[in-house]
Design a protein around this ligand. Structure first.
Ligand code: SAH
Length: 345
């Protein structure tokens, strides 16, 4: 295991083997979780130990491949090159309640959603826990802005990388590390039902966000292949179980696509399905993806859709789009970058 993915007790075990006293584990954990790029920065550790550690556990820092800053809203998009040459994106968004990092959980994705740029080249590999953590640490370090919120809404399907995501959550909420509140973390899934049930069993206080994008199976199966395995009724039943197990209200994502899922009938059907679920709906005007013919809904259609949900008692917000000028939607920066790098995916 990578040293930055180890918990403090695990580090204590490793250090014991090197003949070190237990208090060193705390120091080492704090440095690692603060995002140092080399052992030389760990000033309160003896030089000999730093030397030993660098031989036994080489420390990696992702390399900044590209950085784009939105002129209009301060959103920053990072493209990180990992130690094997693959790249992933992180987006830093500035909201009134705090700075939010949107991180990737996989290199590529195998879910195949028709509107999403991240899935176009399929899944390359899953990210290790430290690779998720490093996105947060190095985005914070580069920007100098403290990150208080995390959304797992970048490239990849987090529930398709379950163990690594869970270890990442353990690390990033550790009081000796970033010490983030679980309530400030949102995990977004396309709807892998067995994994939602498994997550419910962990009883974490994070927000589960479900990418619904359609009021019925006919439309959803057209744009999200996962719906053929786990149709809407099963997905919503899992959401209900999740709510009962955790007490946490589910948030549904609904990308508004012109003439596909944005009619008033679609809104009424969605309303019928979500009533009584203690749900909240985020309406997101579709981000155009070059390779896809799908177009965003008009502003009027979005407003009508929202009003129908609200009047029916389902709270719905229209997601403010940030970073529109910098390829900030899912997977687009990585894709554009990789297409200009011969020999890489
Ligand atoms: N795989 C997870 C998380 C990553 S995608 C999931 O499916 O939820 C994060 C969110 O962005 C999801 O709601 C996804 O459906 C949405 N999304 C992807 N491409 C989009 C696009 N072109 N326009 C608007 N939303 C998009």
């Amino acid at each position: 295991m990578n040293i930055r993915a180890m918990t403090e007790p695990e580090l204590a075990d490793e250090l014991r083997r090197l003949g070190q006293p237990p208090f060193r584990a705390k120091q080492l954990f704090q440095w690692l979780q603060r995002g140092v790029a080399s052992y030389d920065e760990m000033q309160n550790l003896p030089k000999a130990l730093r030397g030993q550690l660098s031989l036994a556990y080489p420390l990696y820092a992702p390399e900044l491949a590209r950085r784009q800053e939105s002129k209009s809203d301060g959103t920053v998009k990072y493209l990180w090159r990992l130690s094997d040459g693959n790249c992933v994106e992180t987006v830093l968004m500035r909201y009134h309640y705090g700075n939010t990092a949107c991180i990737s959980t996989e290199v590529g994705c195998r879910m195949g959603c028709a509107f999403c740029a991240s899935t176009l080249g399929g899944l390359v590999r899953r990210l290790e826990p430290e690779e998720m953590l490093q996105q947060v640490l190095f985005t914070q370090r580069d920007s100098g802005l403290p990150i208080s919120h995390i959304v797992l809404m970048g490239i990849g399907e987090p529930l398709d990388n379950y163990e690594n995501v869970l270890r990442f959550l353990t690390l990033v909420t550790d009081v000796g590390g970033m010490n983030l509140s679980m309530r400030h973390i949102s995990l977004s899934t396309c709807g892998l039902v067995p994994m939602i049930d498994r997550l419910a069993g962990e009883k974490l206080q994070l927000t589960l966000s479900v990418s619904l994008h359609a009021p019925n199976d006919e439309i959803r199966s057209q744009i999200m292949p996962v719906n053929r395995a786990y149709p809407i009724a099963e997905l919503l039943a899992a959401c209900r179980r999740y709510f009962e197990a955790t007490g946490r209200r589910i948030s549904f994502e609904y990308a508004m696509i012109d003439a596909l899922n944005d009619s008033e009938d679609n809104a009424r059907e969605l309303l019928r399905r979500l009533r009584g679920l203690s749900a909240h709906v985020n309406l997101i005007p579709l981000n155009r993806v070059r390779e896809s013919p799908l177009q965003p809904s008009s502003r009027g259609a979005v407003a009508r859709f929202q009003r129908i949900l609200e009047e029916g008692g389902v709270p719905a917000t229209v997601r403010r789009t940030l970073g529109g000028d910098i390829d900030a939607s899912c997977g687009q920066l990585r894709r554009n970058y990789m297409q200009n790098q011969p020999g890489k995916r």
